[in-house]
Write a protein that binds this ligand. Structure first.
Ligand SMILES: [Zn+2]
Length: 386
């Protein structure tokens, strides 16, 4: 049985979805104002392998993923380029698909856009006001964090914000966050024309498509706080239920020791990397580490991944067509699957494939094609004839 690291409990847990045949997953998608970089590639490739693996185990995975297409950064870029925010968002949604398709990331069951969920977000905000978990102060509707029981689903020991700042903002509590900001522009609402807060949008989109309780909620580690902590509290205030069974977060990609991100400026766009390395090599590079380890993006590590990929391709080409599995090949297949069973240890799984490849190339093993076909179907690394 598969074990997966749950951010909520801080340990690896056996994976048991609510329905024995179906897995409901929500993945936080990108804010669409720029091209995807290697940090995004990691998030979506890692999740793609989890999805492929669960599918190979027989689960029907329902994967819902959003595009955050309401954001000041989108407005900013639109103004700079003389476009409408919608045009900017639509362009970068297309670019997202272009990049992810090139990396062989399977498409979600459904993609949602925040802009299409505004009526649902408003309904949630109204409901929270009715329940007494939200209040109006100045030009915003806030969520009352303490009133709803406080944070603690994913993070503990938060330092409280500076109290004076809190008073000036009109918030009652230091951690209260905006559900709706009245700006005089944007979307019509009973509270006044304005824009929704970010956290509510994911609650609206996930619950509408997947129901009140999700099996897996995936995202980059930077989303744990405040985004996922706030989502969890909003959902619990609405339903009285724990929102997510397994919170799963992947680590960052580092570039020159810094977290790769759009806002930090330290980034390598996927399509620029793909001018120098194939998509299979980039995917091999990403999967050479466990999703919970930090990885440093460097030419040296990419070249290493390239050598590994070439070796696997050579061995697979030699093994192709030979479907019979000897005991030795079976042992390797078992090691491969048990690595993935252990919190998706893709690095370990690739080590198994590397060792197998060596032996195939030395002529010591035959009939291992089925393992290479797992590399294609589960790790999503296409084998090109070599
Ligand atoms: Zn989200």
């Amino acid at each position: 049985m598969m074990r997966i690291f749950n951010t909520r409990t801080g340990v690896k847990e056996f994976f048991i979805p609510q329905d024995p045949f179906e897995v409901k997953v929500y993945v936080c998608g990108p804010t669409v104002y720029d091209l995807c970089h290697v940090g995004h590639a990691r998030t979506y490739v890692n999740f793609d392998v989890l999805k492929r693996y669960l599918t190979s185990l027989g689960y029907n995975v329902i994967h819902v993923q959003n595009f955050t297409d309401i954001d000041e950064k989108i407005d900013h870029r639109a103004k700079k380029e003389g476009l409408s925010p919608r045009e900017v968002a639509e362009r970068f949604i297309m670019e997202y698909f272009f990049d992810m398709d090139s990396l062989n990331v399977t498409r979600a069951t459904r993609y949602t856009k925040a802009s299409e969920y505004v009526p649902k977000i408003i309904k949630i905000t109204e409901r929270l006001l009715e329940l007494g978990y939200a209040y109006r102060s100045g030009d915003a509707i806030y969520f009352d964090v303490e009133g709803a029981g406080g944070f603690g689903e994913l993070v503990r020991d938060l330092k409280s914000a500076i109290v004076d700042e809190v008073r000036a903002s009109g918030k009652r509590g230091p951690f209260d966050f905006v559900l709706w900001r009245i700006t005089g522009e944007g979307f019509e609402s009973p509270f006044g024309r304005g824009v929704p807060g970010w956290h509510t949008e994911c609650v609206a989109m996930s619950m509408d498509n997947l129901g009140e309780v999700l099996d897996i909620h995936w995202g980059g580690k930077d989303l744990i706080y405040p985004h996922h902590e706030c989502e969890a509290l909003i959902a619990k205030a609405l339903t009285g239920k724990r929102f997510v069974k397994y919170w799963v977060h992947n680590e960052f990609v580092l570039l020159k020791g810094q977290k790769m991100s759009k806002s930090s400026g330290e980034r390598a766009y996927i399509r620029d990397v793909l001018k120098r390395y194939s998509a299979e090599v980039l995917r091999t590079w990403i999967l050479s580490s466990n999703y919970r380890e930090k990885i440093e993006f460097s030419e040296e590590s990419l070249r290493k991944a390239q050598l590994l990929y070439e070796k696997i391709s050579r061995a697979a080409t030699k093994a192709r067509g030979n479907e019979g599995m000897g005991q030795c090949a079976k042992d390797y297949a078992e090691l491969f699957m048990s690595a993935l069973d252990d919190d998706l240890e893709t690095g370990q799984a690739l080590s198994v494939v590397e060792e197998l490849s060596d032996r195939v190339l030395e002529g010591k093993i035959e009939g291992a094609w089925r393992i290479f076909s797992l590399v294609e179907s589960v790790l999503g690394i296409k084998i090109r004839p070599h």
